[in-house]
Design a protein around this ligand. Structure first.
Ligand code: S3P
Length: 440
């Protein structure tokens, strides 16, 4: 059985909402809270399958974690060397972030373990972390082609390295910094373009010194983490669906509260503004080292643009819904320099291009992006290919569609946004769900 979304066209979007907690920050709060000395209280934790898989992994390694209850989690830290061998393989489900960050963090432990994942995660490339980890002295076996499962051999004597990252990836950067905490000497990485810096900010919040000089980030091994309280901002990647809804609906006025606006994540706002969206930020605050604001969006006519490549890593998870915005814009939108989209939860370039074409949109996939000529969106059926953000992006498209849109395989919306259906209907989408036997 699999979850199917059915959406009727709707024209009006309005309301004041708060979307769930940031996925990246939620993962890291569990990892650092578990390794810290003392008790960490987390609020606003994302109760989605991805971050819950991280939480369950640390429970399986002997960490006492209470919750989540209404986004509140209490973690009884065991210290840097307090983890215990898990009784069975740790299941990361759909979560690339869990697998890549844990591969680094767990390479420095004294015990062996295995990381496994679901159908989508098992197809994703892991050599981007296992190659540099091997240079640090880690012993991690992959399945054929550098794919999961990962078998990590404990007891390695890790040494610090300098690594020039070949791709802009916060997961690779974070993996190496986490491994570096267990390595002798300094570990440093340089990134080809800025990527989300939640690891650096949260390490600092837990009292672990991290140095950022231009595009080089470094830390010394052998330090410790001290428990602290973490208030997780709402996830800008989830808010993005509502931003685009309000930008493309005929009548729209929406306020999305307490959204994380870390400058390494706000590419979606910059891109939508370049396309002519009416977005304003208000009520700026700082929570636990992360900036937040309320995001106010009103409808406006979008226009096609060539998305500046420098903004791509800062909006990397938002392209599925940005492609929908481009389909609703006047003129041509060109996205380039986004090859990384091909190795996300699915090949997001191909799957989005196929889905848009199925809905009558003039969209052409390129090696590293897409060319979209804005125009009418027709009715039709698309498949999300096990990818939460594809399912939610095509739900947004219903606001501009001429007829019904049916989306197959939507169970994975639960990985990052368990309350999506409820909130989407609350602001005006016409979304119903059914269990079907249609799936890939
Ligand atoms: C993430 C980094 C990004 C992003 C993912 C979460 C993180 O991946 O796509 O959803 O929390 O570090 P890459 O760093 O591989 O681009």
């Amino acid at each position: 059985m699999s979850l199917q979304f059915k959406l009727q066209p709707a024209g009006k979007i309005s309301g004041e909402i708060r979307v769930p907690g940031d996925k990246s920050v939620s993962h890291r709060s569990i990892m650092f809270g578990s390794l810290a000395e003392g008790i960490t209280h987390v609020s606003g934790f994302l109760e989605g399958e991805d971050s819950l898989n991280t939480l369950r992994a640390f429970q399986a390694m002997g960490v006492e974690i209470e919750g989540p209850v209404d986004g509140k989690v209490c973690i009884h830290g065991v210290g840097m060397n307090g983890l215990k061998p898990p009784a069975k393989p740790l299941d990361m489900g759909n979560s690339g972030t869990s697998m890549r960050l844990l591969s680094g963090l767990l390479s420095g432990q004294s015990f062996d373990l295995e990381l496994i994942g679901d159908r989508s995660l098992t197809k994703r490339p892991m050599k981007r972390v296992t190659d540099p980890l091997a240079l640090m002295g880690a012993r991690v076996d992959t399945a054929e082609g550098g794919r999961p499962p990962l078998k990590i051999h404990g007891g390695s004597q890790m040494k610090g390295i300098h690594y020039d990252m070949p791709m802009a990836s916060a997961q690779v950067k974070s993996c190496l910094l986490l491994a570096g905490m267990y390595a002798d000497g300094e570990t440093s990485v340089t990134e080809p373009a800025p990527t989300r810096d939640h690891t650096e900010r949260m390490l600092a919040a837990f009292g672990y010194p991290v140095k950022t000089q231009a595009n080089k980030i470094s830390l010394q091994g052998g330090g410790k983490l001290t428990a602290c309280d973490i208030d997780v901002p709402s996830d800008i990647s989830s808010a993005a669906f509502f931003m685009v809804m309000a930008a493309i609906a005929k009548e729209a006025d929406i306020l999305i509260k307490h959204v994380g606006i870390n400058p390494t994540r706000t590419g979606v706002i910059d891109i939508l503004k370049l396309m002519g969206a009416d977005i304003t930020l208000q009520n700026h605050q700082q929570v636990g080292g992360e900036p937040v604001a309320d995001v106010h969006v009103r409808n406006s006519q979008l226009k096609g643009i060539h998305v500046p490549e420098a903004l791509v890593p800062l909006a990397i998870d938002e392209f599925p819904v940005l492609f929908v915005a481009a389909a609703c814009a006047q003129g041509q939108t060109v996205v380039s320099g986004a090859h990384e989209l091909r190795v996300k939860e699915c090949d997001r370039i191909q799957v989005m291009a196929d889905g848009l074409v199925a809905l009558g949109v003039d969209a052409t996939a390129t090696d590293d992006g897409m060319i979209i000529n804005g125009g009418a969106i027709k009715s039709g059926t698309v498949n999300s290919h096990d990818d939460h953000r594809i399912a939610m992006a095509f739900s947004v498209a219903s606001l501009a569609a001429e007829g019904e849109i049916v989306i197959d395989d939507c169970d994975n919306v639960n990985t990052s946004f368990p309350t999506f259906v409820e909130l989407a209907n609350q602001v005006g989408l016409q979304l119903t769900t059914t269990q079907t036997t249609n799936s890939l």
